[in-house]
Design a protein. Structure first.
Length: 87
């Protein structure tokens, strides 16, 4: 799928990469072979839980996103509800 979308410009989503530890070296070599001559609309999305087996080179060359609740979320929600009147 990655090779096919490299040429036609699609998106590839690989979920739960932390479960495929034995495949991480292959993924690392694939990511290292991607260069600027490939289709400009190609995107590779990877999801993973934190693991020491995830290749550092992929992390260093990637845009990272995290999904974490903001600190104090419970207090913010409680403050919002306390500010509302019963009316």
């Amino acid at each position: 799928m990655i090779n096919e979308n490299l040429t036609r410009g699609g998106w590839v989503l690989l979920m739960n990469c932390h479960l495929a530890v034995s495949w991480m070296p292959v993924l690392e070599s694939i990511c290292e072979s991607i260069d600027d001559t490939k289709h400009r609309d190609f995107r590779l999305w990877l999801t993973s839980m934190p693991t020491p087996a995830f290749p550092v080179s992929i992390l260093q060359n990637s845009v990272k996103m995290t999904l974490e609740p903001p600190s104090g979320l419970k207090q913010n929600v409680l403050g919002t509800y306390e500010a509302l009147s019963e009316e």
